[in-house]
Design a protein around this ligand. Structure first.
Ligand code: PMP
Length: 396
């Protein structure tokens, strides 16, 4: 079959590092009771009140072709929300509604990159990043955020990579998946400086902006002279437990929104009106609702941190935000992949190996805080016992 190199190339070397995930799914299909601490999806469905709004919007006639840029009322609401939460002046013409954050990643890289351009991203990374970059014909280049720097990227490393590769864009994600780390003011200032100095687009994935436990989420678009070169990605998936509704947005300079609108016209043809109306209804529920959706993850983060006390084999990366905790299991002498696979087979607990998110997270595990507290606690206890046993064996 004749298939474009671009599509054939999306997965890269052919191994996507998700072997443990697929094995867990297979075991579940075979009837094994696996506790899945793998994907970033809530253990609650979308609120029925939001679904009612979606249904009403459909009956009210929001079922036809839509304005490609998005409903004006929704764009206004999002502009207002972004301005309030980040401090950066934002108007509705700087907002494009897209079918989920993933579509925002695709649109922004299409805007920033020509075929053959180099696009930078930070390792550890959300699994789709390199594939998204390859899908627009650009070349992904990873910059390591080191475990010993609690996965905060170093501006000098970014500058060196930008220089060497003649890069056109940098993709960052804070609060971060998979590490749970929030980029500090110093990190963000450094990133902004490099983007200005090297004339890079900064693509800032902020889909976890409502899941902040320690410190503050800083949007780099609010930093001096950054609004003109920053493309922010937002989503209702995590903040409102609306993963399946596929709705998110891009914030960008008006001219850039125009070009990404052309892309939308020729790809998605916009987002369904009833979904946009439901999103508006959800956003109008306000910050208390968002805090309610986020609360279980903070509570479970605290639960995991408590369970780690009194042992020194497994070390947690300070989980400042998002719905994950990253654990350093290097004291067991095992790779993240070997540990996760062995834990799955022995105890039917599925966690993601750090290696699934890039070389920088080798020897780590990402635990998604996405099951009920009692099941999470039982699974974590098994993980800790398993780690202690392997650490003992490694020391013998
Ligand atoms: N960015 C990050 C960092 C994510 O973790 C996810 C989803 N797991 C996305 C983007 C995409 O989310 P969605 O398309 O559902 O908005």
């Amino acid at each position: 079959m004749q298939v474009s190199k671009r599509l054939k190339n999306i997965i890269g070397d052919g191994s996507d590092g998700w072997g443990v995930f697929y094995r867990a799914r297979q075991m579940k299909a075979d009837g094994v009771p696996v506790v899945e601490l793998t994907v970033g999806e809530h253990d609650i469905p979308t609120d029925p009140d939001i679904l009612q709004a979606m249904y009403r919007a459909g009956l009210d006639g929001h079922v036809g072709y839509q304005n490609f840029q998005g409903l004006p009322a929704l764009r206004e609401k999002i502009a207002d929300r972004v301005q309030r939460s980040t401090g950066a002046p934002t108007n509705p013409d700087q907002v494009l509604i897209v079918p989920g954050g993933q579509a925002g990643l695709f649109a922004t890289h299409n805007l920033a990159c020509d075929v053959g351009d180099t696009a930078l991203f930070i390792d550890p990374y959300y699994a789709t990043y390199p594939g998204t970059i390859r899908s627009v014909g650009a070349i992904p280049k990873a910059i390591t955020a080191k475990a010993e720097n609690t996965f905060q990227p170093d501006a000098a490393d970014i500058a060196a990579a930008a220089e060497e590769a003649g890069a056109v864009s940098l993709l960052i994600n804070s609060p971060n998946n998979p590490t749970g780390v929030i980029y500090s003011q110093e990190t963000m200032d450094g990133i902004a400086r490099v983007c200005r100095d090297h004339d890079l687009w900064l693509i800032s994935d902020e889909v976890y902006d409502t899941q902040v436990w320690d410190g503050t989420h800083l949007s780099p678009r609010a930093l001096p002279d950054m609004a003109e070169r920053t493309l922010v990605i937002g989503s209702m998936s995590k903040s409102h437990a609306m993963t399946g509704s596929r709705i998110g947005w891009v914030i960008a300079p008006e001219e850039a929104i125009g070009y990404m609108g052309d892309l939308a016209t020729n790809t998605t043809y916009g987002v369904p009106g009833f979904i946009q109306m439901a999103a508006l209804h959800a956003l109008n529920k306000g910050p208390d609702f968002e805090a309610e959706i986020a609360a279980p993850f903070r509570r479970r983060r605290d639960l995991v941190m408590g369970l780690l006390e009194g042992q020194n084999v497994v070390r947690a990366i300070p989980a400042e935000g998002a719905m994950y905790v990253m654990l350093d299991i290097r004291a067991t002498g095992m790779s993240g992949e070997a540990f996760a696979m062995a834990l799955l087979e022995a105890h039917h607990v599925a966690v993601m190996p750090g290696e699934s998110f890039g070389a920088a997270a080798a020897g780590h595990l990402r635990v998604a805080l996405t099951v009920a507290d009692d099941r999470l606690e039982a699974a974590l206890r098994q993980l800790l016992e398993f780690a202690a046993e392997h650490a003992r064996r490694a020391a013998e």
